[in-house]
Write a protein that binds this ligand. Structure first.
Ligand code: ZN
Length: 179
């Protein structure tokens, strides 16, 4: 089966990787170290081409939390943001969209029609699902998402001044602030 051969390939790659892997600090070690831990939450896209740890040149991975979903949308990220802020007190949130994002081509009505056919009796559940579609430009979607987080009554007031929106250009590698 294709899926099991994909898994076998990936496990083989991992076996090679593990031979040179450097152990990652445990949460207990991080808590007692002098390096600041988990201060910035990045919300970005699931797209495999988009790697915030690469384009932000993140050297200390445990300073960052990265939430990824299709389109890098704020709404599906909100429960995560709230839980993580409760756990570690986040100082900065970066909402990062990117050029050529596939979420602009999502047809939510088509997805819903397929799901309703697959799971009859779950029409309400299907109707309530959002799939992260970007209806206009990526820049507008990032601005809308920053506004959404800032206007949420669930988000801590102290965090609201430190929410920024950016767009990553896949051709130039440049990250531009848009909100
Ligand atoms: Zn994308």
């Amino acid at each position: 089966m294709p899926s099991s051969s994909t898994l076998a390939t990936l496990l083989a790659r991992n076996a090679t990787y593990a031979t040179t892997h450097t152990p990652i600090p445990t949460n207990t070690q991080i808590k007692t170290s002098s390096t600041p831990a988990y201060k910035t939450l990045i919300i970005s896209c699931t797209d495999g081409r988009i790697s915030p740890d690469k384009f932000l040149d993140i050297q200390t991975p445990h300073e960052f939390l990265i939430h990824r979903n299709s389109g890098g949308r704020a709404k599906p990220a909100l429960p995560n943001l709230l839980a993580l802020d409760d756990l570690v007190t986040i100082e900065t949130v970066l909402v990062i969209g990117h050029t050529d994002c596939g979420a602009r081509t999502f047809d939510e009505e088509m997805i819903r029609a397929t799901l309703k056919q697959r799971a009859s009796g779950y029409e309400d559940v299907v109707a309530s699902l959002e799939f992260g579609r970007i209806a206009g430009s990526v820049e507008d979607s990032v601005k809308e998402d920053v506004k959404f987080i800032k206007e949420s009554p669930l988000v801590r007031d102290g965090l609201k001044d430190s929410i920024f929106g950016l767009v990553f250009d896949i051709k130039t590698g440049v990250l531009e602030r848009v909100a």
